[in-house]
Structures are given as structure tokens and as C-alpha cells.
Design a protein around this ligand. Sequence first.
Ligand code: NOJ
Length: 556
Amino acid sequence: MKPALLLLPLILILCKLSPAQNSRTKWYDNAVIYEIYPRSFQDSNGDGIGDLNGITQRLDYLKNLGIDAIWITPFFPSPNADFGYDISDYESVAPEYGTMQDWDRLVSEARKRNIRILVDFVLNHTSDQHPWFKESRSSLTNPKRDWYIWRSGGGPTQPPTHWTSIFGGYTWTWDPKTEQWYYHIFLPQQPDVNWANRDLRKAMFDVVRFWLNHGASGFRLDATPYLFEDPAFPDDPHPPAKGGPAALMPYNSGRPENHQVLREMRKILDGYPGNPVLLGESSTATIQDLAKVYGEHHDEIQLPMDFLFGNLHKLDASEFKKQVDAAELQLDGQPPVLFFSSHDHERQWSVFGDGTHNDQIAKLTSALTLTERGCILLYYGEEIGMGTMSQSRLRDFPLGPKRPVADERDGERTPMQWNTGVNAGFTTGSPWLPVEADFPTYNVASEEAKPDSIYSWYAKLLKLRHDNPAFRDGSYVPLDSANPHVFAFARKSGDKLGLVILNTSPTEEAVTITGMRGVIEGVWPAFHLIQYAPSSSPLTQKLTIAPYGVLIGSTN
Ligand code: NOJ
């Protein structure tokens, strides 16, 4: 009898005992979405700033890497108090990034390569230079006065509440002309809009339709917890220390009113073909709160980012397991959205690296996300091991209040490192942020040529995720490694099983893998090794795994 047939009874038991197979079919449920900070990705016209045509030039690179969609951070006209997150016109392209024709060409070229594009929708606030706000602040009786949040407080020296903005200082700025305060959870140059106003809401939804009509496959929604405030504006009994970080407060984050807006927005998307998606910047304090962001009837944000995972800062198998298990068990079967790096986060190479084994640790952390169920976000350059630049306070918040150096975000926004040429191939001009000094080693061209590079590892994992049904759409099955430094789990789709074992410690570790209610032991002989870093090792149920080692197996 063939070995596969010998295993059949065990496989049948397995099918019965493990969690239901993931039967979702939407493109985004297991997608890999690649975040592009357009200013830093590829400059096509030598002005030192990346642009939409630069992204179009690099679509083949993205296709070959194996990503499904790109999320482009804001490329709309903006005074750049917060580099694009202060929008002064939602329905056009800022000249430094190109034109609407460039956008249309990008969409059509991306489609040819089966790559979808998500637009960053900054819906909580506009720029103070947006015509809506200019009108709103022009008089107490302007029809757009109520499009923003205005209160009198106790006059020019007494803000309505002592709430602290996420970027420091009060959430209120006094407007001398109309003698009222306006509300902003971020910078004073980013006034919050009033989602309770139906006209504002309609205008914002028109923006949604505008980009869907122009070929967007959905939106990354900025700052979704902050759309509403408690209408009573109660004062904060424990305001954070002056200049300290804002606390997530019940009266200005995660308000119940958010749900209605997100449901209405989702309805608009559902009216379009191709399953457009909402990817939410939806940080929450607990996994239970994160579950609510999908909507009571899963009719709100399809992909809320899991910041409980994304904010993990310690390379610790037990912590990773805890967060992944929570996402698997407590999100009602919805796809988790896992990530480590972003334009707001120090890059994972720098966060988790120990200075000696950074490259291996980059392979370990990418194996952790790219073999998981759900939607995975990659940040441009993580696939070549770009680190966080140590120089800061160069460009971020040139107009805003001074923040602690640790919070500056220039470090993770440096130009993409394409090759060993001038400016790493990013621009022929003078780059808007310096190129990291390590680019002669960490760049696409050099790493594509090396089979053991970080780039080649990412490309292999992405291929595995696409080609192997267990890793593509299999359910997550927790396993026990009998070692707190080793995180082990399986993925299962029909009779196909994938296996992942990750050692987060700097020492060799002994493990014994058990789980799936004792059934995995029987299946063990069928596993074969498909990926291993740092060097090959036999795959048995009791094994030793190298420092920061990654073992990936499969039953077929
Ligand atoms: C979240 C964005 O990711 C961040 O970059 C921005 O500064 C704030 N929202 C304000 O829009």
C-alpha cells in the first residue's frame, strides 16, 4: 500500500478533530498587503521624493515578490504638517506624487499583475488648510461650522476640557476670529471633523465613492477609534502629565457611535464589485474590543489591524503564542491582521534584532507572520532587512510640538534600497530623507542574487503561502512544544497539513511537539521539511532547534 494510503485513517480522524476548515473565499482573507510610503519608495523624476510613477515602475518587483495588494499612505494635496495625514483635497493627487492620470495608469498596470490597491482614507480629520475647515472657521454661522467640533470653553485661557492630544498638548486650539476652540485629537493642523453632521458624512462618503470609481480596491482607514467624542465632553479626572502621551479615553476613543459610520461605509463598499475591503487602523486595549471592530454581524471593518500583536516588542515565543491564540480563538473566526512594522512603528529588524543575529531574527519574525492564517501586512523594505535609521527629528513634525525622540518616525521612513548605486537607486536627485548607510549590503539587487538573503527568504515564504493550500487558507491549529522559547503551530486545509516551529531564544532548544488532541503524533512520519533556517536538520517529533531557528514542514 502507498504510504499516503496508510495514513488515510489518521488523516480522517484529524479532519474530525481539528477546527473547521477555513471556507472563506474573499481575496483579502489570506492576503499579503504591502504598505508603501510613497515619498520613500521610488522617485521617477529626480526631485528626491518618491511618486506614483515610481510605484508603477516597481510593480514587477512587487509581483515577483508575491504580494497581493498594496496600501499606499496618503498621496493627496497636503501642507505636510503630518506628511500627508493632513489632507487639503481628498480628490486629487499632490503634484509631488503625480497626477490623476498617473494614478489611473498605476491602477491599470497593477490590475494586469493582479495587484490590488488600497487608498489611505484619513477620515477623522482634515488639514486646517482644507476648504471645508477654512469655511467652517470663517464665522459662527457658516453652513460648514458644524462640520468640525467647536466649543466655547471658558474663553481664550480655559479650554472646554483638559484632554490631551495624541501628539501632545491640549486637544483644543483657540480660534481668535470666532472666539471658540476647535477639537483635534492629533496636531492643531488636523482638526477633527464632526461625523454626527449628515452633510459632512455625505461629503466623506463621496470621497469613498470617488476612489472606488477610480479603481481602488478598498481603503486603509486612518485612526478609526477617534471618530466620535462623548457629546457631554466630560473633563478628564486623570489628565496625563503635561507633554506625556494621551491615554485612550472612554470619552474620545472607541465610542459606540463609530459603528454606525463604519456600517454605512461598508454598505457602500459592498455595492461595488470585486469585494473591496476596509483595513482599519483600529488599535484597541483588548482582544474583545478588537472583535467588536469587525461589527456585530461582521458588517463593518473586514480587516482591523491587530495592534495587540503589532505592538509586541520582545522576542518571546510565549508572548507570540498568547497573542496569536487570542486572535484565533476570540475574533469569532474572522481573519486576524498581523504585522510588525509600519510608517509609525520602529522596523522589526531593529526592534527584535540583538545586534549580532539580526538577519536570522528577521527570518524568524517574517516566518512568524507569513505562515499564519489571516491577512499579513508587510512594510516596504522589511523584505530586505531595512532597519530604523538612528538619526531623527529631520523631517517628521517640522511644524508640530516637540515630541520625545523615541516617537519620531523619520527612522522608519528612509528611502527604499534598490541597489548599490547612487542613493541606493531611489532617486537621481537629493533624497528627502537620507538613505541608510547600510544600503551597499541591504538592497534588492544584491539580495535577489543571494539564495540565503533576507529577500530570498521572504520570496520563498510568500511562494509557500500562495502555493501550499495548508499555508494559503488552512485553519490554525495550536501545538505544544514543551518549551517556553519555542512557538509551534500547524495549519490545516482538508488533508493537507503545514507545520511551523520557531525558536525565539539565542540557544539551541530541545522540543517535543504534541497537540491536536494527540493526533499529530500519528501524522508525524508524513511531515517533510520544506524550509529551514539557519541550516538543515531532520524533522522528527522530538528535535533540537538552532538558536533563532525556523522549521517549516508539510505533509505533502
Ligand atoms: C495614524 C497614521 O498612521 C499616522 O501616521 C498619523 O500621524 C496619524 N494617524 C494622524 O493621521
